[in-house]
Design a protein. Structure first.
Length: 239
C-alpha cells in the first residue's frame, strides 16, 4: 500500500498467489486435450518512424487526466506513422497468396488500413470494429474462413470476442500494442486455435523511440507473471 492507495506496478509473492488461484482457475492445456497444433512463431518488427518528439512527461502538477490525454494523442500519432509499414507488411503477404489478419487498436486505423489494402492488394478484405453487430462480425469471420487465398481480415483488438474463429491465417500482424496482455492473447487465440492446420507467424510492429517500446516491455513482463501464476509454465492453453 502506497501513499495514494494500492501499488500495482509490480508483482510479489507469486508462489502464494499461484497456490490461491489454483482453487478457482480451471485451465486445460493443449497436451491435456491432445490437440495437435502447428508451430506458432512470435517476432517483433522494430521500425523507425517519421514523427516529432512524443515524449509523455508527467511533470509536477500534471493531473492523471492530462497524462492520459497526452498518451492518447501520442498513440494516435504513432498509429498513423506505422500505417504504411502495416499496410506494406500485409500487402507483401497477400501478394504471396497468404491469409492475413491485422489487429489494430483504433477504429479509424482499422478503416484506413482496410481501405489501403483493398486498393493495393486487390483481394477480399474484411473490416471489423465496434460499430459492427455481433451477427455482422460473425458473418465477416465466416467469410474470411471460407475465402480462398489471398484474403485479409482487419479488426480492432477490442472487437474480437472469445467465440470468434479466424483459423486459417498464415500471418497475424499486430499494428498496435496494448499494455493489457489478456486482450493481446485473446486476439491471437482467434487465429491460433482448433482448426489451425498450418504454422502461424505473429508479428508485432514496434516503433523505435516511442511509447511502443515501453508497452512491449510491460506486455512481456505481465505475460510472464500470468504464465507463472496460472501454473501452466510454457504449455499452451486451449482458448
Amino acid at each position: 500500500r502506497g501513499e495514494y492507495g494500492m501499488v500495482d506496478t509490480g508483482a510479489a509473492n507469486l508462489d502464494e498467489l499461484r497456490g490461491r488461484l489454483l482453487f478457482f482457475v480451471l485451465g486445460r492445456s493443449v497436451a491435456e486435450v491432445r490437440l495437435q497444433l502447428p508451430e506458432l512463431r512470435l517476432e517483433a518488427l522494430r521500425v523507425d518512424l517519421e514523427i516529432g518528439a512524443l515524449a509523455v512527461e508527467e511533470s509536477d502538477g500534471a493531473s492523471p487526466l492530462a497524462v492520459r490525454n497526452a498518451v492518447a494523442r501520442a498513440e494516435r500519432v504513432i498509429a498513423r506513422a506505422k500505417r504504411p509499414v502495416v499496410v506494406e507488411q500485409a500487402a507483401d503477404a497477400l501478394r504471396a497468396r497468404q491469409k492475413v489478419v491485422v489487429f489494430v487498436y483504433l477504429r479509424e486505423q482499422c478503416e484506413e488500413v482496410a481501405r489501403e489494402l483493398k486498393r493495393v492488394a486487390k483481394c477480399t478484405v474484411q473490416c471489423v470494429h465496434g460499430d459492427l453487430t455481433p451477427d455482422g462480425r460473425d458473418r465477416q469471420a465466416e467469410q474470411f474462413r471460407a475465402a480462398e487465398r489471398p484474403a485479409c481480415f482487419v479488426a480492432t483488438i477490442d472487437s474480437m470476442g472469445v467465440a470468434l474463429s479466424l483459423a486459417g491465417a498464415d500471418l497475424v500482424l499486430f499494428g498496435d500494442l496494448l499494455s493489457e496482455p489478456h486482450k493481446v492473447a485473446q486476439a491471437l487465440r482467434r487465429c491460433y486455435r482448433i482448426g489451425t492446420i498450418d504454422r502461424v507467424l505473429a508479428r508485432f510492429v514496434v516503433g523505435r523511440g516511442t511509447i511502443d517500446e515501453d508497452k512491449a516491455h510491460r506486455l512481456m513482463d505481465k505475460l510472464e507473471v500470468i504464465t507463472h501464476t496460472t501454473g501452466h509454465g510454457d504449455e499452451q492453453l486451449v482458448a
